[in-house]
Design a binder for this molecule. Structure first.
Ligand SMILES: [Zn+2]
Length: 435
């Protein structure tokens, strides 16, 4: 028994030793691979892909994405190289020993060939992104699109002086995809790269917002290809924090390279190229196409103010849903009727047009026809008689007048069908005394 215990202890010790040895070897390897930063994020693995096998990737637009495991992220940078921000991005990636993929614009490569060479020296993957970055790949003639693609590749190749240094990876400017373009790229053995999440760093937002968008979108999908722009100051500014945060949250960076005759592709299963391989196949098949989030402009319209609403009583009541209009007598048994809801918020003030802006009436409006005095008197006398006959009573407001108002009983009692008695309730006939 003691012999067995001794043997077990020895085996356990050996196992512990070997584990710690392995761990220390790994740590040493990582520290060695990233000099000066033992806590670097690093690049966890290199993924070798065959561009002719899976020709379109990125769930922002396509059904497939790179065969990544959970918490694996691929960093991509578009539109460069352009100093100083591209250089700053390169420096940050170097300090964390992170490898990324850059999609180069041919015109930029022609203007800043040093920038492209620096990328190659740092070991990053270099794809292309057209010659002039036109935002019309989805509607331009295919011949022009082909020209844009080929010129971009030619200028990037010229900057590097080696056709093999350019990866057969292409990203369509503005992600404005077109089937003809994708087919042409596939026919040339070039893989079309969309992305799994952008960080909107081309918009006029702060670097903190770019960081926030990048992290929340990565967290939402759990893995994928992040689309960034190395020519943007806000991206260069937030990148160190992004890499630190990814490290803290347990994410790993994957470097993607194309397969070559002496570099075979990483073995994968077809399901590895799906973002959520365990999702129900029927749901995946019937799910509508992913919309393209490409904004022509980012300016927002102002929210309408109260004064913009045409507040109209009649219209408001008709727009009210019928079932919300108070209807007495429609209560269920044992329920207490509640007061009806107001048809519109009580706090609203109705806008009233200023009345003093109305035009003053012309003097001629008030002009009375000139009549002889005698005629006017006669007219007045007739009016008085008429009033005595029809009006029930009318108190004269002149002081110290005591009198009786003769009201013809017949007139007062006479009532037309559908009309009310002309004598109001409470008004007595007979002598009236005014105090
Ligand atoms: Zn771009």
């Amino acid at each position: 028994m003691p012999v067995l215990a001794k043997g077990l202890r020895a085996a356990l010790l050996a196992s512990l030793l070997s584990t710690s040895f392995l761990a220390s070897t790994l740590t040493t390897a990582r520290a060695e691979s990233c000099p000066g930063n033992p806590d670097a994020l690093g690049t966890s693995r290199t993924l070798v892909v065959d561009p002719t096998e899976h020709t379109k990737i990125g769930t922002m637009q396509y059904g497939e994405t790179l065969p990544l495991k959970d918490h694996e992220v691929v960093l991509t940078f578009d539109d460069g190289p352009l100093p100083p921000h591209s250089n700053q991005v390169l420096q940050t990636l170097a300090s964390e020993c992170v490898k990324a993929t850059f999609f180069i614009i041919g015109r930029m490569a022609h203007q800043f060939p040093d920038g492209v060479r620096r990328l190659r020296e740092a070991g990053h993957t270099i794809g292309t992104h057209s010659e002039n970055h036109p935002l019309s790949f989805n509607r331009m003639p295919i011949e022009r699109a082909m020209q844009e693609i080929n010129d971009g590749i030619d200028h990037t190749t010229a900057a590097l002086g080696d056709p093999n240094a350019v990866a057969p990876f292409f990203r369509i400017p503005g992600l404005l995809r077109a089937e003809g373009v994708e087919e042409y790229l596939a026919s040339r053995g070039i893989m079309t790269w969309s992305a799994d999440f952008p960080a909107d760093d081309w918009r006029h937002i702060s670097s903190a917002q770019v960081l926030h968008l990048a992290l929340t979108r990565i967290e939402a999908k759990g893995k994928g290809v992040l689309l960034l722009h190395d020519i943007q100051g806000r991206t260069a500014a937030m990148l160190p924090t992004l890499l630190r945060e990814l490290k803290a949250r347990g994410y790993r960076i994957v470097h993607v390279v194309p397969a070559t005759p002496d570099r075979p592709k990483t073995p994968t299963e077809p399901r590895d190229w799906l973002m959520h391989p365990d999702a129900h196949p029927a749901l995946v098949a019937s799910w509508p196409a992913v919309p393209r989030f490409v904004f022509a402009q980012t300016a927002m319209m102002a929210a309408p103010g109260l004064e913009d609403t045409r507040y109209d009583d009649d219209m408001t009541i008709f727009h009210k849903p019928r079932d919300r209009i108070f209807r007495p007598g429609r209560f269920a048994a044992d329920t207490v009727p509640l007061p009806p809801e107001p048809l519109w918020p009580r706090s609203l003030q109705r806008a009233v047009a200023p009345v003093n802006d109305l035009p003053a009436p012309d003097r001629t409006v008030f002009r009375a026809p000139q009549m002889p005095r005698a005629e006017l008197k006669q007219m007045a006398a007739h009016s008085t008689q008429h009033a005595e006959r029809t009006l029930p009573a009318r108190a004269d407001t002149s002081a110290d007048v005591t009198g009786s108002i003769a009201v013809q009983a017949n007139t007062a009692r006479r009532q037309l069908p559908g009309s009310w008695p002309v004598t109001p309730i409470g008004l007595h006939r007979g002598p009236l005394t005014l105090h």
